[in-house]
Ligand binder design. Sequence first.
Ligand SMILES: [Zn+2]
Length: 94
Amino acid sequence: MSTETSRPRPRPRPAGGRRYVPRRKVCAFCADKTAVIDYKAIGRLRRYVGEHSKIEPRRKTGTCATHQRSISQAVKRARHLAMLPAAAQHEFTW
Ligand SMILES: [Zn+2]
């Protein structure tokens, strides 16, 4: 019987450079105590939509659940008013 699988193996360290330390991102809206996210603040909302105009997930932006819901609502309102693109293809100018 092999004991290969039960032996603790040393984890490979990334060569040169510091190790990955997961760090809790703080919600930008909680930080400056924004209660309501303005759908007209396009500059701010743009940071929460990705390259393909999709709303970025919480794990990427660090937004809290409450504010993520507000962002989602605000982005959708902005899209409805055509202030934000609804899809990547809407941004292209041929
Ligand atoms: Zn928040």
